[in-house]
Each structure stands twice: as structure tokens, then as C-alpha cells.
Write a protein that binds this ligand. Structure first.
Ligand SMILES: N[C@@H](CCC(=O)N[C@@H](CS)C(=O)NCC(=O)O)C(=O)O
Length: 204
């Protein structure tokens, strides 16, 4: 399986999941112009040009972070990347994936990190962070993970919270989330995934 990624983008969550479950994958960095080494343009795989995308040797291609993460979780033994199938916790984990994708990734961070975001747009973006950050802080104040044990939802949340400072959000003002991020960064799979992508980000 190939994982198409950009360093420290939301695709980092998929790399963390693969590391956590010790699943083999080939990691393909999508070049700035999108032209892949095999001659295809990345949009042939991911029509919006977005990472993450995965491609199996059999030609199965999947895009959209939450779906990609659910797919990878399904490849791992039960309980490693997701709560047991059909359990309440499993569906709550899916709800967290959607929450992170919509309320945080696209709702808060994407507008804040857009190159053309002016002062007012930034202020509005930071204001939109308050409700989901409050909700997450209350939830994680008494928990180590979003739902039961570590899951792909934690990996996605970590990938998104990594952008805080770049997006102009001082995560230190959210002590629960700041502590949670620091703790998760110490998890071996997370530390390994970040260490692999850090030099690529610096070189970009
Ligand atoms: N709806 C997509 C959005 C993914 C997305 O926004 N990916 C960003 C990186 S986090 C991307 O590839 N942006 C294009 C670029 O960086 O050129 C998903 O949920 O996977």
C-alpha cells in the first residue's frame, strides 16, 4: 500500500496509524506541482489534489482523511487503532473523526492557515476555535484518549493540533489540550512518524 502525503499535513495521522500498527507501506511525498515520479498527476488519484490518499497494489484508491484512517484501522488487529467493530465506542470514534475533520480541520485551521487570510478572517477563525476547544478540553480533562484506548481519532487530532502555533493559536492557553498534545507526541509511533516528516518539512 502507498500513502500519499505532504509533510506535517493531515496525512501525518495516517502515517502515525501505520506506525502504531506496524503496517508496511510505501510513503510517497506529493511534490508541489503534483507530478508523481511514475508520470501520473496526483489529481488522477485524488481529484481535489488533497492528501491523504492511499493506493493498494490491487489498484484500490481511497481519499478523505476519516475514510483513509478507518481503512487503516480495519487492517490492524481489533483494538489497536479503533475500538471493537459495532461497539458504541467505535461509532463514537467515527463521530470524533468527523468532528475533527469539520469543526477543527476545515472549520478552524484551514481558514487560519490560508495564505490570503486577513486580520478579520484570522480573528473570526480564532473565535470559531473556542467552542470545539472547550468541548475537547472538557472531554480530555479526565481521559488519556478520545475514545477508550488510542485510536486513529487521536492520531488525527494530534496532526491538527500540531498546526496551532502556525495558525496563530496559542495552545498554551488551552492547558488540557497542550498537555494532551505533549503526552501524545511522546508516544513512540507518534514520535517516529513526526521524526520521519520533520526533515522533509524543513527542506520544503
Ligand atoms: N477533505 C479532505 C481534505 C484534506 C486536506 O485538506 N488536505 C490538505 C492537507 S491537510 C491538502 O492536501 N491540501 C492541498 C495542498 O496542501 O496543496 C480530507 O478530509 O482528507
Amino acid at each position: 500500500m502507498k500513502l500519499y502525503f505532504r509533510p506535517f499535513a493531515c496525512s501525518l495521522a495516517a502515517r502515525i496509524a501505520l506506525e502504531e500498527a506496524e503496517l508496511d507501506a510505501e510513503y510517497v511525498a506529493v511534490p508541489p506541482g503534483g507530478r508523481l515520479a511514475d508520470g501520473r498527476h496526483f489529481t488522477a488519484l485524488s481529484p481535489m489534489g488533497y492528501v491523504p490518499a492511499i493506493e493498494t497494489p490491487g489498484g484500490f484508491v481511497l481519499t478523505e482523511g476519516p475514510a483513509v484512517l478507518a481503512y487503516i484501522a480495519g487492517l490492524a488487529p481489533e483494538g489497536v487503532l479503533a475500538p471493537p467493530h459495532f461497539s458504541d465506542a467505535h461509532y463514537r470514534m467515527l463521530a470524533w473523526l468527523n468532528f475533527i475533520a469539520t469543526e477543527l480541520h476545515k472549520g478552524v485551521f484551514a481558514p487560519l492557515m490560508a495564505g490570503d487570510a486577513g486580520k478579520d478572517a484570522r480573528a473570526a477563525g480564532r473565535a470559531r476555535a473556542v467552542r470545539p476547544f472547550e468541548l475537547l478540553s472538557a472531554h480530555l480533562a479526565t481521559r488519556e484518549h478520545l475514545e477508550g484506548g488510542f485510536s486513529v481519532a487521536d492520531a488525527y487530532l494530534l496532526a491538527v493540533l500540531n498546526w496551532s502555533e502556525h495558525a496563530g493559536i496559542a495552545l498554551g492557553e488551552w492547558p488540557v489540550l497542550h498537555r494532551w498534545r505533549e503526552a501524545l507526541r511522546r508516544r513512540p509511533s507518534v514520535a517516529r512518524a513526526m521524526a520521519r516528516e520533520w526533515p522533509l518539512l524543513k527542506a520544503a
